[in-house]
Design a protein around this ligand. Structure first.
Ligand code: G3H
Ligand code: ZN
Length: 297
C-alpha cells in the first residue's frame, strides 16, 4: 500500500483532504472502514493515547492491517495526540503510519525541544513514518462542552509556524486557526457551527511549506471545510461527531430491542449510523475529486 506521504501528495494535487476519524472500539473501526469502501477513497484511522490504551496499540495495528488486506482499501493509521516519548516510540514500533506529537500545552521553546526529540526517536525506528507537531491552543476533549473555555482567536502566526517546522523537523503541522476540540450542545443540535480563519491557513501554508492538519473538525461549517482544503489543509480530524452518533444510535438500538442481549444484533445499527457520518464527511472532503480517480485503488 502507498505510504502516507505519497497519499497526501497525490490528494493535495487533486485538491482534496484525507479524512481522519478516531476509533475507540471495533464498532467505530468497522464503520470507518465501511464508509471508505463505500465512498472509494483513502482514509486515516486515528487513536489517541486514551483510545490506544483501551483498544491496545499493537492490537489496533493488527486489526487495521487485517482489514486493509481483507477489503483492499487504503487505510492508514495515526497515533493521535501523543504526549510522551515512550508512547510515540510504541506506536512507531507497532507500525503506525504517523504520530501526532502533542506538546502544544508547553511553552513554545519546550514544545520545540520535546517535539524535536520525539521526531528523531520515531524516525530512528521507522524513517518512513510521518511526524506531526502541534502549536497553539485548540482546547482538549472530543466531547460535548458546556462552554468554550479558551480564547480560540489566539491564532498561530506564519512566523511561529515557520520556526516550529524548521526547528523540529516535523512533516505535518497542526496549527490553531479558529478550530477547537469537541462540540457545544448548540453544535450537536445543528444551531451553531465552528468557523475557521481561511486567510491565516493560507498564510501558514505558504510560510511552513509542509502538510497541514485541521484538528477539532466536528461541527465545522461545510463551506469553511472546502475553503480550508483549498487554502492548504491536507488532513481533517473528526471525532466528537462519531461519538455522538455512536451514543445516540446505541441508545436507540437498546431501547428498540429492550430484551435483546446479543451484541451482533444490537450493534449493527450503531455501525450504520456512524458510517453515515463518516461517508458524508468523506464525500465533502473529496468533493473536488474527479470521478475517474474514484475506486481506482
Ligand atoms: O484529534 C482528534 C480531533 O482533533 C477531533 O476533534 O472531536 O472536535 O472532531 P473533534
Ligand atoms: Zn485533535
Amino acid at each position: 500500500m502507498d505510504a502516507l506521504r505519497n497519499v497526501l501528495t497525490r490528494l493535495q494535487q487533486q485538491g482534496v483532504a484525507l479524512g481522519h476519524f478516531n476509533v475507540a472500539d471495533l464498532v467505530l473501526l468497522k464503520a470507518v472502514l465501511a464508509a471508505a469502501v463505500e465512498v472509494g477513497v483513502p482514509v486515516i484511522v486515528g487513536a489517541s493515547e486514551g483510545e490506544r490504551d483501551f483498544l491496545g496499540t499493537c492490537e489496533l495495528a493488527a486489526l487495521v492491517k487485517a482489514m486493509r488486506e481483507e477489503h483492499g482499501v487504503p487505510v492508514l493509521l495515526n497515533a493521535d495526540h501523543t504526549r510522551s516519548l515512550p508512547k510515540a516510540e510504541e506506536a512507531a514500533r507497532a507500525g503506525f503510519d504517523s504520530v501526532v506529537i502533542d506538546f502544544s500545552a508547553l511553552p513554545f521553546d519546550k514544545n520545540v525541544s520535546r517535539t524535536k526529540e520525539a521526531v528523531e526517536a520515531i524516525k530512528a525506528i521507522n524513517p518512513a513514518i510521518l511526524a506531526e507537531g502541534e502549536i497553539g491552543d485548540i482546547g482538549t476533549g472530543s466531547e460535548i462542552h458546556e462552554t468554550v473555555h479558551s480564547d480560540f482567536r489566539n491564532l498561530t502566526t506564519p512566523e511561529e509556524a515557520r520556526q516550529f517546522v524548521d526547528s523540529t523537523g516535523i512533516d505535518i503541522l497542526a496549527p490553531a486557526v479558529g478550530n477547537m476540540h469537541g462540540m457545544l450542545k448548540s453544535m450537536v443540535e445543528g444551531k451553531t457551527k465552528k468557523h475557521l480563519n481561511i486567510e491565516r491557513i493560507a498564510q501558514i501554508k505558504k510560510a511552513a511549506g509542509v502538510f497541514l492538519t485541521l484538528h477539532g473538525g466536528s461541527g465545522t461549517d461545510d463551506e469553511d471545510f472546502l475553503s480550508a482544503i483549498a487554502a492548504g489543509i491536507n488532513i481533517i480530524h473528526i471525532n466528537t461527531e462519531l461519538r455522538v452518533a455512536w451514543r445516540q444510535s446505541l441508545e436507540g438500538s437498546l431501547t428498540s430491542q429492550s430484551n435483546e442481549v446479543v451484541p451482533y444484533k444490537i450493534l449493527p445499527p450503531v455501525v450504520d449510523s456512524v458510517k453515515q457520518v463518516v461517508s458524508s464527511r468523506l464525500k465533502l472532503f473529496n468533493a473536488q475529486l474527479t470521478s475517474e480517480y474514484c475506486c481506482l485503488y
